[in-house]
Design a protein around this ligand. Sequence first.
Ligand code: M6R
Length: 624
Amino acid sequence: MCGIVGYIGDRKTEEILLEGLRRLEYRGYDSCGLAVSNLKNKLQLKRAKGRVEALADIVAAENFKGTVSGIAHTRWATHGVPSEDNAHPHTDCQGEIVVVHNGIIENYLELKDELLKKGHLFKSDTDTEVIAHLVEEKLKTLNKGANSIRAEMPEPVFFEAFRRAVSVLKGSFAVSVLWAKTPGIILSARMYSPLVIGAGEKENFLASDVSAFLKFTKKVFFMKDGEIAVLRKSGVDFFDFGGKKIQKENSTVNWDLSMAEKGGYKHFMLKEIHEQPQSVENTLRGRVLPVSGELLEKELGMTAAEIKKTGGIQVIACGTAFHAGFAGKYIFEKFGLRTEADLASEFDERSRLLEKNTLVLAISQSGETADTLYAVKLAKKNGNKVLAITNTLGSSITREADYTLYTHCGPEIGVASTKAFLGQLTAMYILAVNFAFVKGNISEEKARLCVEELLKIPRWVEETLGLERDVEKLTLSFSGKEHYLFIARGINYPIALEGALKIKEISYVHAEGYAAGEMKHGPIAIIENGMPVLAVAVSGPNLDLIRGNIEEARARGAEIIAIVDRESGKKVKAAHYLEIPATDELFSPLLTVLPLQLFAYYIALNRNCDIDKPRNLAKSVTVR
Ligand code: M6R
């Protein structure tokens, strides 16, 4: 996830852009940059590694005169490490066309190959740079045999070149382009990444979200996929990718600035909960079909021969990432891959006992967690290969590990991890299916069926999040409670642990996650009248047993909140039901965790807790 901003008008362009970037820093902040143009057809481009303030210092030392338009970017690296060279804007060979982009261009390697053959010179490792060269190439084609067009009417030619370029891009993008020869227009297009246009008086704006320009205008046009905007000082025109002009209705935004930064949500945590359909889609994108074993080689550089040589899997991680890894143990084992899961902070002694052909799977959203990094070092010292699953490009764990699989969930700001957890789970399903296929544990048909099921998950996640109002209402009668139990069996046991962790960390109440079958061995003693017990009871092999465990808790006065699907809901007796879409139990953790995240969020909200920055915690735990 990155942030883009654009401005055209009479104000000091560079200042408007910097202000916009500061508002969008929550979308990523490993590097940033801006390009402005003046009426003398001159572009000025500045980039910096690090935060927007580093760029602001560079801009302050520079002489920007007569600027009339500009675009800017704050980056959260996906392709290429965070560095000045990889920071946007990116340029064509002549340095005349500049581009900022949020999203992932999936076919950039093919496009880059073609452009290299045509003599284009690339200066970065990013997917974005192909867009600048592609526009340059399209301009060249359009001008062939009609050299006069460029001088006489560069704007229509520029538009056509841009239109043709975005039409061949695959993947997700909100992209904006400036051309030195046409300082009076900015072109922008959207496909699956957010883009909004702000309409002012003799000035216009564009951005990844309205917070970037809300101070100047509340009149906005929300761009849809497949639309192009042409911004001039005097107004904005809209077109489809076929070049046909379209009419768009504007809207008036009533948010204040802090609301806007969070996309209208009260907290980053809630925003991130709602981003989960997209996160899962991002983790899956380009990685599921066909299941051939090539994916592991392409993504990880792990050959089929290496995979066949691996013995068991050892997961190491902390907190929520550990819960994902613990669910991973069940996932991998369902595919016949023997797996252990350990807390990274407890791994010390065990590391020496690992068999050499055990693949260590280190999971960390930030890639900077000290306990996990230390455990990775121990595993390496023991001679084991390490595969990291992380959300953060260029993070420390990627440098320590032999292989890395990125979850591509976008920055997670709320301390309570939500969308990263779903991304980690999704990554493990991808790995499990591919490993099992390469090792011959499952047939091609079985692999295909699993992938088909996985592809449905984003839609089901969306549907499950529709429970929000029910959960919100439900929490009103529980906010005063100081003790909660979360129970589940099998693959959902780690989800019970995660539900308990979520509520503990943001609501400061006591909660325990238990394997439901363990209750009778001790913990059932704490159940008394009115104690809330959240039970995951979805259809599948574990249903009959968990029904019995729920009955045992009910008999002792527990107030049961059951996470069910339509069929299991008919069989389970509970005080309250939260119904999720029915899926194979194997994939159910991707859905069962969602009502628990929402439950924790609303309990914390009702208790007036500082949800995004809970007491005593930090987003990245860099001490052991
Ligand atoms: O960045 P990591 O995934 O390595 O972080 C691990 C834990 O610190 C983290 O998941 C923590 O438990 C979260 N605050 C839980 O919501």
